[in-house]
Design a protein around this ligand. Structure first.
Ligand SMILES: Nc1ncnc2c1ncn2[C@@H]1O[C@H](COP(=O)(O)OP(=O)(O)OP(=O)(O)O)[C@@H](O)[C@H]1O
Ligand SMILES: [Mg+2]
Length: 262
């Protein structure tokens, strides 16, 4: 039986008067990969950032494993419930939700190994030996164990991004969020990062992936979401959304991808 690990209801996010997310609903089952597409500025990054509370939602409910994050307040906004958040709860939650960005953000003064050990050692207070063992396992998983003692500047963009994935995995997250992680890579390096993500999904990791790699989304996603005007304008299986979109906006967006073959 499937089990929702994440449930988002009526998520709204304002930046001052800018109403970026206007009631987003999403349910993700454990082990599922969801891909999100949408034009620049449509709020994809904001959505992911709300899921790990780097941004606080303006309204709406986010549940992990059946439990709502935060405490529901008396007021509603745009017809959605609002919540107050306790920073300690958010710190704990962020350890369960890994995120990888377009820019790898590795610490330049630390070796690959130290980068991957940093989170468990400082946030989870994992002992050095255990953190080291876990770092090696995760570097092995992304195929970079032999680079453990190198500094990030000596690695290719694709390798740096794989280290960033290993670093997020070292926290043993329940969910991984990927925000256009291949967008700043040279084309020949994109595949090695997508392969790591494909393997991770095959192992059962729950993943929400914002990407313009439509072939990847088509072949691997369980659901595809098209974010537009602050809402999920169209959603469904990869065949439904990417091959047979029903709405004009979705068709228009996809028409811009000339190099996409199924
Ligand atoms: N911290 C912020 N303060 C004010 N406005 C913001 C902030 N972050 C994002 N925005 C605005 O919210 C809107 C959505 O931005 P977001 O980065 O989520 O879009 P996106 O879909 O990820 O775009 P892209 O494909 O270019 O990465 C944009 O208009 C952006 O300018
Ligand atoms: Mg973005």
């Amino acid at each position: 039986m499937s089990e929702a690990i994440l449930k988002v209801s009526s998520l709204h996010k304002y930046f001052d008067d800018l109403h970026v997310l206007q009631g987003v609903d999403l349910e993700v089952q454990r082990g599922e990969m969801v891909c999100m597409v949408g034009s620049s500025g449509s709020g994809k990054s904001t959505f992911l950032r709300c899921l790990n509370f780097m941004e606080q939602p303006s309204a709406g409910r986010i549940e992990f494993n059946g439990k709502a994050v935060g405490r529901e307040s008396a007021e509603t906004r745009d017809g959605a419930p609002t919540y107050t958040y306790d920073e300690r709860e958010l710190v704990r939650l962020r350890t369960h939700v890994g995120m990888v960005f377009q820019q790898f953000n590795l610490f330049p003064h630390m070796t690959v190994m130290q980068n991957v050990m940093e989170g468990p050692a400082t946030v989870l207070r994992t002992g050095k030996e255990e953190a080291g063992k876990r770092a090696k396992e995760n570097l092995e998983k992304v195929g970079l164990l032999e680079k453990a003692d190198q500094y990030p500047s000596r690695l290719s963009g694709g390798q740096q991004q794989r280290v960033a994935i290993a670093r997020a995995l070292a926290m043993k997250p329940d969910v991984m969020l990927f925000d256009e992680v291949t967008s700043s890579l040279d084309p020949e390096l994109v595949g090695e990062v997508l392969n790591v993500m494909r393997d991770l999904s095959a192992e059962g990791m729950t993943m929400i992936v914002v990407t313009h790699e439509l072939g990847f989304a088509y072949h691997l996603a369980k659901q595809v979401l098209f974010l537009h005007d602050g809402v999920i304008h169209e959603r469904g299986t990869p065949d439904e959304v990417l091959k047979n979109p029903q709405k004009e906006r979705t068709k228009g967006f996809l028409a811009g991808f000339t190099d996409f073959y199924f």
